[in-house]
Design a binder for this molecule. Sequence first.
Ligand code: 2DT
Ligand code: MG
Length: 211
Amino acid sequence: MNGLKRGALIVVEGVDRSGKSTQCRKLVESLKARNVNAALVTFPDRTTSTGGLIDKYLKQETHLCDEAIHLMFTANRWEKKAEMERLLKQGVTLVVDRYSYSGIVYSSVKKNMSVKWCQEPENGLLKPDLVLLLVLSEAEMVKRPNYGSEIYENREMQEKVAQAFRDLSEREKWEVVSADGGVEDVHKELLDKVIKKVSQVGTQPLHTLNF
Ligand code: 2DT
Ligand code: MG
């Protein structure tokens, strides 16, 4: 035992416009300010070769069938597994903006895709120590109507995604946090949970996903 504590794998999930990216950035800043070694990881990572294809698909510049794009998103995570594992073992806490759960949820709300099929290729990826789900109330969703022009950015899809995230959060052990409040209030609530988790996982082994 070398006494080095590993970092925590923290995932933030939620629908579009729930403030995930802002909150993830702020979490990393606040952790660093408390001398916790931390880094931000974003999925999809649009900078890799699979990420380039995913970016084109999301922007509707290229078409891929549902199965193929699903596997691209998964491959995009597999590409980063080794680097993530190395960082965690070096003691870096990773704050991850979307992960396998976005992969499963966005694909499985399509009518031809079963949850079981969508989960299978995620097995073996690193298992998060904590999943934080940002949820928006119906009223707040209506107040944030300005979706972008990417393929999933429309009300119908977002409502299906929101429901699927709620279903998944009940089955898995997730912390559900309301994203209706101000940026700073939501941040405080998230940071509190993250700090607790970081202090717990230091000497615990890393696990892999096994749906
Ligand atoms: P951003 O808006 O966060 O850039 O996400 N998505 C994401 C999937 O369909 N499968 C996945 O595995 C992941 C990580 C959610 C871009 C869109 O990509 C969707 C929104
Ligand atoms: Mg988006």
